[in-house]
Write a protein that binds this ligand. Sequence first.
Ligand code: GDG
Length: 457
Amino acid sequence: MAEQRLIVISNRIPTEEEPSGGLVVALHDCLNARGGIWIGSSGGPVEQPRAGLTKIAEGNYTRYTFDLSREEYDTYYLGYSNAVLWPVFHRRADLMQVRPGYAQGYLDVNARVADMVAEFAGPDDTLWVQDYHFLPLAAMLRERGVQSRIGFFLHIPFPEASHVPALPDAQNICSWVASYDVFGLQTEADVERCENLFRHECPSFIESDGTISVAGRRCRPMACPIGIDAEGYRATAEKSKVGKRLFMHKGQKLVLGVDRLDYSKGLVQRFEGFGAYLGRRSNTDEPATLLQVAPPSRQDVDAYKDMRMQLDLTAGSINGDYGEIDWTPIRYVRRSLPRDELAGLYRRADAVMVTPLADGMNLVAKEFVAAQDPEDPGVLILSHFAGAAEQLTDALLVNPYDADEMAAALERALTMPLEERKARHARLWENVRDEDVDWWTGRFLGALCQPRAVEAA
Ligand code: GDG
């Protein structure tokens, strides 16, 4: 019998021996258990790119990388993926930068990867494509005769049908989606937006039950919210000591923010919400401190530089207005912290502000819940616009555009009675623990490996 392997394709691939970070750990564990192949780019631009795939590690599964030339990196990665698809999918078409060569660079890299994968994949292999960098891959693999099961998981929000026409390749999105067997999305709201797009753009492709059917192939959009290694994260947080590095006044409350430095995460609005909270308090209260950890990302894209400058101004202005000689209201750390220190900070925090303007899921919300001491848990303040809000309904849900509403939520979080904190946390933890990362991979691959209702023509 032919070997049935899982082949994962993602833009990034773990290059070190012990991978860290939610998604990477999840896929690593999954491949380790099942065997298979993981293909991804080697990272940044390479001056003299090697042709084809390079084997970088072999164990229970094999990892291969492909190099990106400077031009491919600029057009496929920084350009089409991160300056076109990312803003449009995050409802910020105003931040999109369309430049000549971006769309072609994206298609060319996808075609090159399709050539390489088509060479590898046998008919019994299962392919799992990750995220917006590779939307056209299944369509291109089908053109190359690949009949295997191909699944896709979109980590970011699915766009509103009314925003899709802003994309240079708008007319292709439906046929790209329809070429997969299972199209995984983070939330039910994403599934609805996906079905809506088909109803608007290509109504003949979609049946009344939401199944997409083209040329004898059926594709099912499916909500499959990503989880974390909840028990593992809890254990890390229990062991972690933040220690003396975190100097706080006695009795002072700590509010935490942890995000990649990205305009979708609503950092400027969050700082403004924190400023509104400071403006409301009476002079006798001990004010909370906001510690914001924000490792930079995609600094070569203009919208990221602009947002970083705006954030610097907002933090400086609030610190100037409210700071005291022995207290800085916003501590803003623009670099990455070690994972176990971060877990310790989550556990130490009285509240976390997870207030994106748009977010596929948001793993920080889940990590925070896992890291809490159930006997004295902190409070999760969560944006309605994070995918996680569909599952984590016991958080304090807020509108991140409304500074006063965020200020009120902060006050409520920081004065919440212990019993209410424990009750909310217990229900949140139940969800984070039960719908963890193994549940996610099991649910997705379970759907992908089901017998096909209609075999490909
Ligand atoms: C995409 C989607 C979706 C952050 N700062 C540090 C650090 N982190 C870690 C967090 C968390 C991860 O980065 C961020 O995950 P998110 O889910 O919040 O966000 P994206 O990077 O935008 O991820 C998102 C996700 O894919 C998975 O599907 O949830 O919606 O946008 O794990 O802990 N880790 C360390 N130091 C830091 O300073 N070690």
